[in-house]
Design a protein around this ligand. Structure first.
Ligand code: UDP
Length: 375
C-alpha cells in the first residue's frame, strides 16, 4: 500500500463540518480533499433556486443563530448577513397560537389577560410538580407546563415527528423549546440571528474556494475507503454506523420528505413557519423561507415536511437504546483515531442533535486539535 501523502487531509462530506475543517487546515498549508456523495456542497444547509426562481432550503429550514462570536466571525468572512426574526405559530383547530409558548399563548388558550407574575402562577398551577427529575420528553414538558398544554402543543407533534411517543425520547428533545414568561415572539433567542445574504450554499462555496482545497462531488458512497489510506488524516462526517459497516448494529435515524408548492402571491403564510400538532395533518410544519431570505420575487414557495423512518438520515433519535449503541461505536471510533488518524465530527458522525453553528464550532475546535496532533 502506498504511504500517505504528508500534510494531506481527507474530508468525507461537504457539509458545514467538512467545509470548515478544510478551510482552516488549507490556510495552514494542508492539502485538503473533500469527497461528497451528493451533487452539491453545504450538506443539509443546501439552498437552491427552484424552477420558479424562489430560493428554497431543500432539506428543511435553517434558521441560523449563534451566541458564539468565534463562529460568527469565522462565517462572516464568507458572507454578509440579513438580520432575521424567526416567527413560528402553532395551528390548533384553525386557530394560530404564538409558539414557543409565551404570555400571549397563555392569554389566548385561557382567554384572560396575564402579566409575568400571573402567567408564572398559572404555570405553577398547571405543571406537574410531582416530577422532580424528568426521565423523558413527556415528563419534561409535564413538569414545566402540565398536561393540557402538553397535549395541545407537544404530544402529537412529537409522535408524528419521531414515530414514537415523547415518553420514549430523552428530555433534551422537547427541552430544545423554551417556555417564555414574556412576549418575545421569536422561535429562538441568540446574540446573532441572521441569514446569509446570498444563502448558505454561496457561503460554503466561498469558504472552500482556496487553492489548497479540492472538491469531488458525486462520489460513490464508499469511495472514501479507497482514498483514506492515501491521506495523513481523515475527517469523517457521515453516519458513524455506516463507517463501521453496521457491524455492531444499526442506529435509528429519522428522515423527512418535503413537498414544495409554489404560489403566485408575494407571501402565502403570515410567518416563517406554521406547526401542525394535530394528527389530521400528515405533515408537521409548513415553512415559507422567503420570510427570512427576503427575496424580491413575485411568487413564493412553501415546503411541507413529512417525517418518516426510512430515507436520508436527518435526526439521530435520542432514545436509550441508540445512546447505548452509539457509545459502543464511539469506542471503535477512538481506535480508528489511534490507528489511522480518523476523526469523527458532526451531527451524523457523533450521533448528536446539533444545529449548524454548533457543527461549525466543533469543526473549528477539531481543526485546532488536528493541527496539534499532526505537527
Ligand atoms: N416540538 C413539539 N411541538 C412543536 C414544535 C416542536 O412538540 O410545535 C417538539 C418536537 O418533539 C420537536 C422538538 O420539540 O422534534 C424540537 O423542535 P425544533 O423545532 O427545535 O425541531 P427542529 O427544527 O430541529 O426539527
Amino acid at each position: 500500500m502506498a504511504s500517505p501523502l504528508k500534510n494531506s487531509i481527507l474530508l468525507v462530506g461537504a457539509g458545514p463540518v467538512g467545509c470548515t475543517v478544510a478551510r482552516v487546515l488549507a490556510e495552514l498549508g494542508y492539502q485538503c480533499h473533500i469527497l461528497e456523495a451528493r451533487d452539491h456542497i453545504a450538506g443539509n444547509c443546501y439552498d437552491t433556486f427552484d424552477k420558479h426562481g424562489v430560493l428554497i432550503h431543500k432539506y428543511g429550514p435553517h434558521c441560523f443563530r449563534t451566541d458564539d462570536d468565534e463562529v460568527f466571525q469565522f462565517l462572516s468572512r464568507f458572507t454578509k448577513w440579513i438580520p432575521s426574526e424567526y416567527i413560528v405559530k402553532s395551528q390548533i383547530n384553525d386557530e394560530l397560537f404564538q409558539f414557543p409558548i409565551n404570555i400571549e399563548t397563555l392569554e389566548q388558550v385561557f382567554s384572560k389577560k396575564l402579566d409575568k407574575e400571573s402567567a408564572a402562577e398559572l404555570l405553577e398551577e398547571l405543571r406537574d410538580n410531582s416530577i422532580t427529575q424528568p426521565a423523558n420528553s413527556e415528563e419534561f414538558v409535564l413538569s414545566r407546563i402540565g398536561k393540557r398544554l402538553f397535549e395541545m402543543f407537544y404530544k402529537d407533534y412529537t409522535s408524528k415527528q419521531w414515530g414514537r411517543p415523547a415518553s420514549e425520547l430523552s428530555p433534551s428533545v422537547c427541552g430544545r423549546i423554551p417556555v417564555r414568561l414574556d412576549r418575545y415572539p421569536g422561535y429562538v433567542e441568540a446574540k446573532h440571528l441572521c441569514t446569509p445574504e446570498e444563502g448558505f450554499t454561496a457561503l460554503f462555496k466561498k469558504m472552500i474556494d482556496h487553492p489548497n482545497i479540492k472538491l469531488t462531488l458525486n462520489c460513490a458512497k464508499d469511495h472514501w475507503r479507497e482514498e483514506l489510506p492515501r491521506h495523513q488524516a481523515t475527517v469523517y462526517t457521515g453516519t458513524i454506523d455506516s463507517y463501521f459497516d453496521y457491524k455492531i448494529g444499526k442506529l435509528d435515524w429519522r428522515s423527512l420528505s418535503f413537498e414544495f408548492k409554489n404560489y403566485q402571491t408575494e407571501l402565502k403564510q403570515p410567518c416563517l413557519q406554521i406547526n401542525y400538532p394535530s394528527k389530521d395533518f400528515e405533515y408537521t410544519r409548513s415553512v415559507e423561507i422567503k420570510h427570512i431570505t427576503k427575496q424580491k420575487i413575485s411568487s413564493t414557495t412553501v415546503s411541507y415536511e413529512y417525517p418518516k423512518s426510512k430515507g436520508e438520515p436527518y435526526y439521530p433519535v435520542p432514545a436509550p437504546k441508540n445512546q447505548e449503541l452509539y457509545a459502543k461505536y464511539q469506542e471503535l471510533a477512538e481506535q480508528e483515531l489511534k490507528e489511522r488518524f480518523v476523526y469523527f465530527c458532526g451531527r451524523l458522525a457523533e450521533y448528536t442533535y446539533i444545529n449548524s453553528d454548533e457543527a461549525v464550532k466543533r469543526a473549528l475546535d477539531l481543526s485546532a486539535k488536528i493541527k496539534d496532533q499532526l505537527s
